[in-house]
Write a protein that binds this ligand. Structure first.
Ligand code: FRU
Length: 603
């Protein structure tokens, strides 16, 4: 049935969509009135659990709000790319709170000729079964919808909590909400639904959580307190301020603090609060990203904040805005010492374009951070797809566990998935190691990943001189595996290997022994044409090229390379038509020996 035949733009018309959509098992009773200037009202007599909104990703956004008894129900209308000519997928608007009522849905910015009027549905169910071949197996993803930065990570009572920047109404950035997932092993995640949603102060941008063990804020002993940026849309751009919310049920539900916002500024970029307890001074610290600097605040009670200092002038990279800061005490390997590491995400301005994470190692006295190496820029990951890296609060056994968003703002909205978009990296334990008196971060895959290992193939040692092919990496290869290899160099200037699939798509990697570099090239890795910034060659500095230890984590649409037990890490997305199933080694001059090659299926 095509309503376009009957509707003219801006007509005031009530259309009873009484037909039955048997394919979806949905009975529709959707009544649409079109008003002037692309304003529309959908009247729902029988409220079911969901209104299923049809999305067309390349359509402009329409605005949706719920009206009950003449009142808007959402403080911020949601922006939805409602279908004009084609339906890419549906997103559910939860109406369960209005069961038994007659409600109206106000939809503005949508012409009456749009396909959505025909395709909008009411339903008691929403099918969220996976339909994406690129969805990773052992990485965290949202069940549906868009995700960016990890937020509010904390550990309590054996559970790792991970909140994240989430759009439940489409697989592109927008309608920022905190989604929530939990895990007991940092590898397998349970979806906990949405957690903190937009209010009068705006949508919910990035932030952090703390466990208030001593009840300094007065919400209760052990309350989980979330800090986030309220981003209020205005005709002149977002207005950003900091807000807080507390949870008395271990992070499941949050109550917003009644005196929000707790910190305001006239600065345009003023966001991403990371809060932690500074034990020696017995006070809380908040790190905030403000333009291209980090501001440091202190508080006795989490509610009243005083600015102590700012950090950033003449320090590190400044090719873009600074975002999502963190400050953590990290153990120095081989000593009993710990050093403060300021993690600072930057976008654009990363070493290979777009987003990246830099860090500074130094001293912190509770008020001021001093970088020990002001002339150096240190990068945490040498790939294109590790951003918004932050650490878990209250992690067990003094561990410092980091997680990054596995994408890059250059193309994050365009990667070839639709049901969901974006993934997080695997969790990484951070320590500091020394090279010539300089301290660098080691990012080691958190040991929990080893529990995800399934079937193992171990290949006997072999010498590579010329070309050596390792066929069929795993017989029932579903594209989710770890390769752990040790190579002894016998005088070769280049140690090269590629992951290849049956379609001839490949990811080429090599150690340049002369330059002491590890290189990864994804320019013919599979689907690469969705952005000109995607085909890329990334390069990491390497310490030792005599004995090489490399672990590659492959998970359908990503490769994370950990060299020398995490002395360097390189994270890159890839979108192969089918899993890479072959490893081809190549050598120059005297060749090299692959001493061991273990392949583990990960699940
Ligand atoms: C980083 C970021 C944050 C902001 C959030 C909005 O990727 O830009 O600075 O809070 O994303 O989604």
């Amino acid at each position: 049935m095509n309503l376009n035949l009957f509707l003219s733009k801006n007509s005031l018309l009530t259309v009873m969509l009484g037909f039955s959509l048997t394919a979806q098992g949905v009975e529709n009773n959707v009544n649409v009135k079109h008003l002037a200037n692309e304003q529309n009202i959908v009247v729902l007599d029988t409220v079911k659990k969901f209104l299923l909104l049809p999305v067309q990703e390349n359509a402009p956004e329409g605005k949706v709000n719920i009206i009950v008894n003449n009142q808007f129900q959402l403080d911020q209308s949601i922006n939805v790319r409602l279908a004009r000519e084609r339906v890419d997928y549906y997103v559910p608007l939860d109406l369960s709170a209005y069961a038994g009522k007659t409600i109206s849905i106000d939809i503005t910015g949508m012409p009456s000729s749009s396909l959505c009027w025909e395709e909008i549905k009411v339903s008691d169910t929403f099918d969220s079964a996976n339909r994406e071949k690129f969805r990773p197996v052992y990485h965290h993803t949202p069940v549906y919808g868009w995700m960016n930065d990890p937020n509010g990570m904390f550990y309590k009572d054996g559970v790792y909590h991970l909140y994240f920047q989430y759009n439940p109404y489409g697989s592109m950035w927008g309608n920022m909400t905190w989604g929530h997932s939990t895990s007991t092993d940092l590898v397998h995640w349970t979806d906990e639904g949405t957690s903190i949603v937009a209010d009068a102060w705006g949508t919910i941008f990035s932030g952090s959580c703390v466990v208030d063990k001593d009840n300094t804020a007065g919400f209760g002993k052990g309350a989980v307190i979330a800090f986030y940026t309220s981003a209020k849309p205005s005709p002149w751009g977002d207005v950003q301020s900091q807000s807080m919310a507390y949870s008395l049920d271990n992070g499941k539900t949050f109550t917003k603090y009644e005196h929000n916002p707790i910190l305001t500024s006239s600065e345009r970029d003023f966001r991403d609060p990371k809060v932690f307890w500074y034990a020696p001074g017995k006070h809380w610290v908040m790190m905030l990203a403000v333009g291209q600097e980090i501001q440091i605040y202190s508080s006795p009670n989490l509610k009243d904040w005083k600015k102590e200092s700012s950090f950033g002038t003449m320090q590190g990279a400044h090719g873009g805005v600074w975002e999502c800061p963190d400050l953590v005490e990290v153990p120095v390997e081989g000593t009993k010492e710990k050093k403060w590491v300021l993690i600072c995400n930057i976008n654009p301005g990363g070493p290979f374009g777009g987003s990246a994470t830099q860090y500074f190692v130094g001293h912190f006295d509770g008020k001021v951070f001093v970088n020990e190496s002001p002339t150096l820029t240190k990068w945490m990951d040498w790939g294109k797809d590790n951003y918004a890296t932050v650490t878990w609060s209250n992690a067990p056994a003094g561990r410092c566990i980091a997680l990054g968003w596995m994408s890059n703002w250059q193309y994050a909205n365009n990667v070839p998935t639709t049901q969901y978009r974006s993934t997080n990296t695997i969790a990484r334990d951070l320590t500091l190691y020394k090279v010539d008196e300089e301290l660098y971060l080691r990012s080691k895959p958190s040991a929990e990943i080893e529990k995800a290992r399934g079937k193992k193939i171990n290949l006997p040692a072999f010498k590579v001189s010329g070309i050596h092919e390792v066929e069929s990496l795993l017989t029932d290869n579903n594209g989710a595996y770890e390769l752990d290899m040790i190579i002894e160099n016998a005088g070769s200037s280049k140690i090269a290997f590629s992951l290849v699939n049956g379609k001839g798509e490949k990811v080429s990697m090599y150690y340049d022994v002369v330059r002491k570099q590890f290189v990864m090239d994804r320019s013919v890795s599979g689907v690469v044409d969705f952005s000109r910034d995607f085909p890329a060659v990334t390069v990491a500095p390497v310490d030792n090229t005599d004995t090489i230890h490399l672990r590659l984590f492959v998970d359908r649409s990503s490769i994370e390379a950990f060299g020398e037990d995490g002395k360097f890490v390189m994270t890159n997305l890839v979108f192969p038509a089918e899993p890479y199933n072959k490893l081809i080694f190549e050598s120059e001059e005297n060749g090299y020996t692959v001493k061991s090659l273990d392949v583990y299926r990960l699940q």
